[in-house]
Design a protein around this ligand. Structure first.
Ligand code: SAM
Length: 281
């Protein structure tokens, strides 16, 4: 039986062409062919690296049909590297279908890590990095964007968005309106390139800055926003007392406290003490 080949997921630079690993170069040289989003764009990178290899296009629109054919080649023993126009494939880029199908078909998938705009931006953002959510691009239509932001209003983890230059102002305005102008945020533009700019401030400050400098609406952008303040678990709220009161009419004090703690995140001890006070009154 022919030994199956390997599917490599290879990160390429997000601007500065030196941001590619030796391992990535080795893999791009040695695989049987390379699947890329825009073969003309990737050809330039390969030429810069002095690599001659066969490029095959893999776009969002042809991903399903192309993936079948590519995996067939791997099954027959060929090895394939997947790259995207910039950074890490599959991160707001094609490749998900290919990788998912590869796993289903028992093909080995090997990541070759490297540049990724969201991680580069986060590492230099000055915002909490221990827990974060990557939201990709916000929806284009105002109503859908508003809905998405309403949904994220109480999210406590750092929010990361990719942003198109022509939409940055609209997005900042919507963020100020829905999350509030006081939230800390970072705008990371043109990372690793000549005009790299990383600006930290409140959302209102960032909006004012971008409104007054058209240069800030150019190039590639990652926008990061500090998460919402976590609810204070050591302080009773009117809402938590209200819930506790209602539950105590139907349940034992212990169960009512347990359920209220689960719903509100407030410490059981505090709730228990208030429950006892309520039952006495
Ligand atoms: N796969 C890529 C990665 O690993 O980051 C992302 C591809 S996505 C189609 C392109 C978006 O990534 C851009 O619109 C921008 O939001 C962000 N991006 C890519 N390169 C960037 C850079 N050099 N500086 C800032 N943002 C960048």
């Amino acid at each position: 039986m022919t030994k199956k080949g390997v599917l490599y997921i290879v990160a390429t630079p997000i601007g500065n062409l030196e941001d590619i690993s030796l391992r990535a170069i080795g893999v791009l040289q040695s695989v049987d062919f390379i699947a890329a989003e825009d073969t003309r764009h990737s050809q330039k990178l390969l030429a810069h690296l002095g690599i001659k290899n066969t490029l095959i296009s893999l776009h969002d629109y042809n991903e399903r049909s192309q993936s079948g054919e590519l995996l067939e080649k791997i099954t027959q023993g060929a090895s394939l590297a997947l790259i995207s126009d910039a950074g890490t494939p599959l991160i707001s880029d094609p490749g998900y279908v290919l990788v998912q199908m590869a796993h289903v078909q028992g093909i080995r998938v090997v990541p070759i890590p490297g540049a990724c705009a969201l991680i580069a931006a986060l590492s230099a953002s000055g915002l909490p990095t221990d827990r974060f959510v990557f939201e990709g691009f916000l929806p284009e239509k105002p109503n859908a964007r508003r809905k998405a932001l309403e949904h994220l209003k109480l999210e406590t983890r750092t929010l990361i968005f990719y942003e198109a230059p022509h939409r940055i102002l609209e997005s900042l305005r919507a963020l100020v309106e829905i999350l509030g102008g006081e939230r800390e945020a970072t705008l990371a533009r043109e990372l690793t390139k000549t005009f790299e700019t990383i600006r930290f401030g409140t959302l209102a400050e960032l909006l004012g800055w971008v409104e007054n400098d058209v240069n800030q609406t150019r190039g590639e952008i990652v926008l990061l926003v500090k998460g919402a303040k976590a609810p204070d678990k050591t302080e009773l709220t009117a809402e938590s007392l209200h819930i506790l009161k209602i539950l105590m009419t139907e349940l034992s004090l212990k169960d009512a406290v347990g359920l209220t703690a689960k719903m509100t995140g407030i410490q059981k001890q505090l709730l228990y003490k208030s429950g006892l006070d309520l039952s006495k009154s």
